[in-house]
Design a protein around this ligand. Structure first.
Ligand SMILES: [Ca+2]
Ligand SMILES: [Ca+2]
Length: 193
Protein backbone atom coordinates (compact mmCIF):
# COMPACT_ATOMS: atom_id res chain seq x y z
CA UNK A 1 0.00 0.00 0.00
CA UNK A 2 1.07 3.56 -0.64
CA UNK A 3 4.07 2.80 -2.79
CA UNK A 4 3.92 4.17 -6.29
CA UNK A 5 4.72 1.03 -8.23
CA UNK A 6 1.91 -1.06 -6.75
CA UNK A 7 -0.74 1.66 -6.82
CA UNK A 8 -0.29 2.68 -10.46
CA UNK A 9 -2.79 1.28 -12.88
CA UNK A 10 -1.43 -0.71 -15.79
CA UNK A 11 -1.38 1.06 -19.18
CA UNK A 12 -3.28 -1.79 -20.74
CA UNK A 13 -6.21 -1.65 -18.31
CA UNK A 14 -6.25 2.13 -18.53
CA UNK A 15 -6.49 2.13 -22.33
CA UNK A 16 -9.11 -0.56 -22.25
CA UNK A 17 -11.24 1.36 -19.74
CA UNK A 18 -10.91 4.62 -21.64
CA UNK A 19 -12.31 2.85 -24.68
CA UNK A 20 -15.15 1.06 -22.96
CA UNK A 21 -16.26 3.99 -20.77
CA UNK A 22 -16.24 7.73 -21.26
CA UNK A 23 -14.16 8.36 -18.15
CA UNK A 24 -10.95 10.34 -18.45
CA UNK A 25 -7.51 9.04 -17.58
CA UNK A 26 -7.42 11.24 -14.47
CA UNK A 27 -10.79 9.98 -13.26
CA UNK A 28 -9.85 6.36 -13.78
CA UNK A 29 -6.48 6.81 -12.04
CA UNK A 30 -8.11 8.49 -9.05
CA UNK A 31 -10.69 5.75 -8.68
CA UNK A 32 -7.97 3.19 -8.98
CA UNK A 33 -6.09 4.81 -6.12
CA UNK A 34 -9.24 4.78 -3.97
CA UNK A 35 -10.03 1.25 -4.97
CA UNK A 36 -6.53 0.12 -3.96
CA UNK A 37 -6.84 1.87 -0.61
CA UNK A 38 -10.22 0.39 0.24
CA UNK A 39 -9.48 -2.92 -1.30
CA UNK A 40 -5.74 -3.75 -1.05
CA UNK A 41 -6.28 -7.23 -2.47
CA UNK A 42 -7.61 -5.70 -5.68
CA UNK A 43 -10.75 -7.84 -5.51
CA UNK A 44 -14.15 -7.14 -4.00
CA UNK A 45 -15.81 -10.16 -2.42
CA UNK A 46 -19.61 -10.64 -2.32
CA UNK A 47 -19.50 -9.98 1.45
CA UNK A 48 -17.67 -6.66 1.00
CA UNK A 49 -20.11 -5.71 -1.71
CA UNK A 50 -23.07 -6.45 0.59
CA UNK A 51 -21.55 -4.20 3.22
CA UNK A 52 -21.34 -1.34 0.72
CA UNK A 53 -25.06 -1.75 -0.02
CA UNK A 54 -25.93 -2.02 3.65
CA UNK A 55 -24.31 1.37 4.19
CA UNK A 56 -26.40 2.86 1.39
CA UNK A 57 -29.65 1.31 2.66
CA UNK A 58 -29.38 1.40 6.45
CA UNK A 59 -33.15 1.12 6.92
CA UNK A 60 -33.76 -1.83 4.67
CA UNK A 61 -32.52 -5.30 3.83
CA UNK A 62 -30.16 -4.85 0.88
CA UNK A 63 -28.54 -8.29 1.03
CA UNK A 64 -30.36 -10.11 -1.74
CA UNK A 65 -30.32 -7.09 -4.04
CA UNK A 66 -26.57 -6.69 -3.49
CA UNK A 67 -26.08 -10.37 -4.30
CA UNK A 68 -27.91 -9.99 -7.63
CA UNK A 69 -26.06 -6.80 -8.55
CA UNK A 70 -22.77 -8.49 -7.72
CA UNK A 71 -23.63 -11.40 -10.01
CA UNK A 72 -24.47 -9.00 -12.85
CA UNK A 73 -21.16 -7.14 -12.44
CA UNK A 74 -19.02 -10.26 -12.15
CA UNK A 75 -18.81 -10.67 -15.90
CA UNK A 76 -16.06 -13.32 -15.86
CA UNK A 77 -17.93 -15.37 -13.22
CA UNK A 78 -14.97 -15.82 -10.87
CA UNK A 79 -16.87 -14.83 -7.73
CA UNK A 80 -15.01 -11.51 -7.18
CA UNK A 81 -15.08 -8.05 -8.74
CA UNK A 82 -11.80 -6.70 -10.05
CA UNK A 83 -11.14 -3.04 -10.81
CA UNK A 84 -12.15 -3.35 -14.45
CA UNK A 85 -15.50 -4.96 -13.65
CA UNK A 86 -16.06 -2.36 -10.96
CA UNK A 87 -15.42 0.63 -13.26
CA UNK A 88 -17.45 -0.74 -16.13
CA UNK A 89 -20.30 -1.34 -13.68
CA UNK A 90 -19.97 2.19 -12.35
CA UNK A 91 -20.07 3.49 -15.90
CA UNK A 92 -23.18 1.52 -16.81
CA UNK A 93 -25.16 2.35 -13.71
CA UNK A 94 -24.26 6.01 -13.26
CA UNK A 95 -23.28 7.74 -16.47
CA UNK A 96 -24.19 5.31 -19.20
CA UNK A 97 -26.84 5.88 -21.84
CA UNK A 98 -30.32 4.50 -21.26
CA UNK A 99 -29.80 1.49 -23.50
CA UNK A 100 -26.54 0.59 -21.72
CA UNK A 101 -28.33 0.83 -18.39
CA UNK A 102 -31.12 -1.34 -19.67
CA UNK A 103 -28.64 -3.90 -20.95
CA UNK A 104 -27.32 -3.99 -17.44
CA UNK A 105 -30.85 -4.24 -16.00
CA UNK A 106 -31.43 -7.19 -18.32
CA UNK A 107 -28.36 -8.94 -16.93
CA UNK A 108 -29.59 -8.21 -13.41
CA UNK A 109 -32.93 -9.90 -14.13
CA UNK A 110 -31.37 -12.80 -16.06
CA UNK A 111 -30.54 -14.62 -12.83
CA UNK A 112 -29.34 -17.87 -14.43
CA UNK A 113 -27.48 -16.03 -17.24
CA UNK A 114 -29.12 -18.02 -20.04
CA UNK A 115 -29.86 -14.96 -22.18
CA UNK A 116 -33.60 -14.84 -21.38
CA UNK A 117 -35.75 -13.54 -18.56
CA UNK A 118 -38.68 -15.60 -17.32
CA UNK A 119 -41.38 -14.65 -14.86
CA UNK A 120 -39.76 -16.50 -11.98
CA UNK A 121 -36.63 -14.36 -12.43
CA UNK A 122 -38.73 -11.18 -12.57
CA UNK A 123 -40.40 -12.23 -9.32
CA UNK A 124 -37.05 -12.98 -7.69
CA UNK A 125 -35.61 -9.55 -8.56
CA UNK A 126 -38.86 -7.80 -7.57
CA UNK A 127 -38.53 -9.48 -4.17
CA UNK A 128 -34.97 -8.18 -3.80
CA UNK A 129 -36.01 -4.67 -4.90
CA UNK A 130 -38.94 -4.73 -2.46
CA UNK A 131 -36.60 -5.45 0.43
CA UNK A 132 -34.69 -2.27 -0.43
CA UNK A 133 -37.79 -0.20 0.28
CA UNK A 134 -37.88 0.94 3.90
CA UNK A 135 -40.85 -0.52 5.84
CA UNK A 136 -42.43 2.86 6.34
CA UNK A 137 -42.37 3.54 2.62
CA UNK A 138 -43.73 0.08 1.80
CA UNK A 139 -46.93 0.94 3.64
CA UNK A 140 -47.46 4.00 1.43
CA UNK A 141 -47.17 2.16 -1.88
CA UNK A 142 -50.16 2.05 -4.23
CA UNK A 143 -52.45 -0.96 -3.76
CA UNK A 144 -51.27 -2.70 -6.94
CA UNK A 145 -47.57 -2.33 -6.03
CA UNK A 146 -47.49 -3.08 -2.34
CA UNK A 147 -46.14 -6.65 -2.51
CA UNK A 148 -43.26 -8.10 -4.56
CA UNK A 149 -45.70 -10.45 -6.34
CA UNK A 150 -48.03 -7.62 -7.37
CA UNK A 151 -45.05 -5.65 -8.66
CA UNK A 152 -43.79 -8.65 -10.60
CA UNK A 153 -47.25 -9.23 -12.15
CA UNK A 154 -47.58 -5.59 -13.07
CA UNK A 155 -44.10 -5.45 -14.59
CA UNK A 156 -44.54 -8.71 -16.49
CA UNK A 157 -47.83 -7.49 -17.99
CA UNK A 158 -46.02 -4.65 -19.80
CA UNK A 159 -44.11 -7.19 -21.88
CA UNK A 160 -47.32 -8.88 -23.08
CA UNK A 161 -45.99 -12.37 -22.48
CA UNK A 162 -47.75 -15.41 -21.03
CA UNK A 163 -46.54 -16.60 -17.63
CA UNK A 164 -44.66 -19.54 -19.19
CA UNK A 165 -43.01 -17.48 -21.95
CA UNK A 166 -39.65 -15.75 -21.80
CA UNK A 167 -38.17 -12.41 -22.80
CA UNK A 168 -35.13 -11.77 -24.97
CA UNK A 169 -32.93 -8.75 -24.29
CA UNK A 170 -34.38 -6.64 -27.13
CA UNK A 171 -37.95 -7.30 -25.97
CA UNK A 172 -37.06 -6.38 -22.41
CA UNK A 173 -35.39 -3.09 -23.43
CA UNK A 174 -38.23 -2.16 -25.78
CA UNK A 175 -40.89 -2.93 -23.15
CA UNK A 176 -39.15 -0.84 -20.52
CA UNK A 177 -38.44 2.11 -22.83
CA UNK A 178 -42.07 2.21 -23.95
CA UNK A 179 -43.58 2.10 -20.47
CA UNK A 180 -42.71 4.64 -17.83
CA UNK A 181 -44.12 2.39 -15.12
CA UNK A 182 -42.01 -0.54 -16.22
CA UNK A 183 -38.94 1.73 -16.14
CA UNK A 184 -39.85 2.69 -12.58
CA UNK A 185 -40.53 -0.87 -11.41
CA UNK A 186 -37.19 -2.31 -12.53
CA UNK A 187 -35.33 -0.51 -9.77
CA UNK A 188 -35.89 1.03 -6.39
CA UNK A 189 -36.86 4.66 -6.47
CA UNK A 190 -37.67 6.46 -3.23
CA UNK A 191 -41.25 7.75 -3.13
CA UNK A 192 -41.58 11.40 -4.02
CA UNK A 193 -43.01 13.37 -1.16
CA1 LIG B 1 -14.91 -11.20 -11.67
CA1 LIG C 1 -32.66 -16.46 -17.41
Amino acid sequence: MGNTTSSAISKEILEDLKLSTKFTETEISQWYENFQKQCPTGRITPEEFEQIYERFFPESDAKSYARHVFRSFDTNDDGTLDFKEYIIALHMTSTGKTTRKLEWAFSLFDVDKNGYINKTEVTEICQAIFKLIPKEEQSKLPEDENTPEKRANKLWAYFEKKDNERLAEGEFIKGVIENENAMRLIHYEPLKQ
